[in-house]
Design a protein around this ligand. Structure first.
Ligand SMILES: Cc1cc2nc3c(=O)[nH]c(=O)nc-3n(C[C@H](O)[C@H](O)[C@H](O)COP(=O)(O)OP(=O)(O)OC[C@H]3O[C@@H](n4cnc5c(N)ncnc54)[C@H](O)[C@@H]3O)c2cc1C
Length: 284
């Protein structure tokens, strides 16, 4: 690599940077501290990279990851508030946005309480919770494409679908949201978090739901109907609490999780004739 003055670390363990605590070392790991860094890395790598947010939707192979991995540095972690408008850097953890919303009684994105993600990752995935998508309140996104060109894109010019967006091949740099005051926010968040605790396995490492919900039903329900809750492969287990979660009970490997996902797909197809589609992204 010919890149100069850019923070490049070698053999960074991705295991510690994913919420499911699985993954091998990244041979080249770039921390981008500016837009210039990003443009240069993109150019130097020919646009062939992985972009890491908070690692909460990733299943990474245990072997060395050869494709360069980029993450956004602390320069992209900020929140600027102007009444009901928020400008948020892409590396900002969503928990920080939520805390601001709680302090200021701001409603609009609080349904996503408890998702351990970065704002860039949430937008890229168009994450949703309790029937509300992150895109609902976004007004504009600034993103860099693989050629290093930066554009500010109005919401109307973006595509947002179920766990999908037109930001797939871009690097989100920052975004603007319009929220509104509502004194019910604190109570609602308390309730959302309570439901999460009751229905999801949050004390063990996971990457949230593994599969998308097929039209008209939920993947968790189908998996549960196949009697798969608690099924274990070495250190990985189909959660006893939420069948669409695979949890890392003890030093699980990529192969363990892969085995369980294949087992789930086969079982659901045999019983219901439905092909489950993965929501998680695989690297390596
Ligand atoms: C306990 C738990 C609960 C969860 N609950 C939910 C839920 O209720 N609803 C839901 O939708 N998801 C949920 N998830 C999944 C996950 O949090 C989301 O998919 C989230 O959007 C991923 O964000 P991230 O920052 O962790 O991205 P990563 O996992 O690091 O990356 C995911 C994708 O986003 C891309 N990406 C990351 N940053 C950027 C950026 N700046 N610009 C462009 N692309 C970027 C990555 O390249 C990758 O393609 C949950 C996960 C966990 C572990």
């Amino acid at each position: 690599m010919s890149i100069k003055k850019i923070e490049l670390r070698q053999h960074v363990d991705l295991k510690g940077l994913t919420t499911i605590k699985i993954g091998g070392p990244a041979r080249h790991f770039f921390v981008a501290h500016s837009r210039d860094d990003l443009a240069e890395i993109s150019k130097d790598t020919g646009g062939a990279w992985y972009l890491l947010g908070r690692g909460s939707n990733l299943l990474v192979k245990d072997s060395c990851i050869e494709k360069p991995v980029i993450t956004l540095g602390e320069e992209f972690d900020y929140l600027r508030a102007d009444n009901e408008t928020l400008e948020v850097g892409a590396a900002t953890p969503f928990s920080r946005v939520l805390n601001h919303c709680l302090k200021s009684d701001l409603s609009g994105v609080h349904n996503l309480a408890g998702i351990p993600a970065s704002c860039g990752g949430l937008l890229r995935m168009n994450a949703s919770s309790f029937k509300r998508e992150i895109s609902a309140c976004v007004t504009e996104v600034e993103a860099m494409d693989k050629s290093g060109t930066i554009s500010r894109i109005a919401k109307e010019a973006l595509f947002f679908g179920y766990r999908a967006s037109s930001l797939k091949d871009s690097i989100v740099l920052r975004a603007w949201f319009i929220l509104h005051r509502d004194t019910r926010v604190k109570n609602e968040v308390r309730n959302f978090l309570k439901i999460r605790r009751e229905t999801q396995e949050l004390s063990l490492p996971s990457c949230g739901c593994i599969f998308k919900n097929p039209p008209g039903t939920s993947a968790g329900f189908l998996i549960e109907q196949c009697g798969l809750k608690g099924l274990t492969k070495n250190g990985a287990q189909i959660s006893r609490k939420h069948a669409n979660f695979i949890v890392n009970v003890k030093n699980a490997s990529y192969e363990d999780v892969d085995y369980l996902t294949r087992f789930i797909k086969d079982s659901v197809y045999k019983k219901f004739g439905i092909i489950l589609e993965e929501e998680i992204e695989r690297w390596g």
